[in-house]
Write a protein that binds this ligand. Sequence first.
Ligand code: ZN
Length: 433
Amino acid sequence: MKEKVFRDPIHNYIHVKEPIIAQLIDSKEFQRLRRIKQVPTTSYTFHGAEHNRFSHCLGVYDIARRVTEIFEQQYADKWNPEESLITMVAGLLHDIGHGAYSHTFELLFETDHEAYTQEIITNPETEVNAILRQVSPDFPEKVASVIDHTYANKQVVQLISSQIDCDRMDYLLRDSYYTGTSYGQFDLTRILRVIQPVENGIAFAKNGMHAVEDYLIGRYQMYMQVYFHPASRAMEVLLQNLLKRAKFLYQNHPQYFQQTSPNLIPFFEKNPSLANYLALDDGVMNTYFQSWITSEDSILKDLASRFINRKLLTSISFDEENASQLNDMIKLVRQTGFDPDYYTGIHINLDLPYDVYKPKSNKPRTQIDIAEKDGSKEELSALSPLVASLSGNIHGDRRFYFPKEMLQTDDLFTQDKVNFQKFISNGHLTSTP
Ligand code: ZN
């Protein structure tokens, strides 16, 4: 096959030499990813972030391709070249099961993008599966096992999913670029020079330790400044409440949804097929939201309009100590005339930026190891005071969302207004931009 290239703002040229990779990119399940935004609600805060899953998946593939090429050329004693294709394919397909507004959608309809990723790869009805079977009959299952971490070769598994993997390296650089922020930038070229296969995993040469450190700090800052931004989360809460209202109304008005939003019916009915799942994308969903703006139901109509027109809920942060006051807040929301079921939301975003391997935790992490010249290994936070300060510590916040209008209705409160104002003057209130 003649080499194909894809022009990419992060990696410049993405090179495709293997016919299997080219065919997978052309499959309809992979092309669908063009219609799924990478960070759907973040794009309402950082307007440049309109990029899609398609470009991210290509990017993960390209990092996997570069790493395996280096491993083949420089570490022939520790890397089996037969593992290169599966690493590239798993990188390309790792997010193939993502759907429109994945995280919010999953919460409401109990779907799971990881389970769909497995299904798209292993179900004989998909184009992806037919292409993978050309390699060998058991290749689809093998690829699926890399993605669910059960594949025997841990070097491959760690390249696709660990605390420093091809997935994270691509999305940090990509989201940083498209949001127009600089937090997620790090020296990928340097990391690719120091990454190496070791027995049962991967490690990084000591002279590249600061590049790895920089990657972890970049990741931490992207979570705090970009992914956890209160305005993006306000859009998630709105979306969640909008879908919740639609789900509720469907019970008594199925014909309305037949007319305006037929592709959602299998999800309301809790029996979606794979084909139903693949028929949804951001465009389909946004068209439905647009059509709900003319609904006769005042709540559905209002929430759809708020979502489409970016009329955000506002929020206050809270912690365990003042969580009990939320009940008072909910009472106030109701008194103001808003149904708290659809006009409030609790949104908790917490992240553990880095942790060492803890075999007893329920999700043990693969730690980042630094390789010395003599072949011995040391865990990263033991060498880096910066990483040690992040290691094992959870960061993030809990926010309570409510209608912005409440901040403007002075005359609606008598006694209760005092509490509310106290809440604000205590410094808990952060009005979203
Ligand atoms: Zn990904």
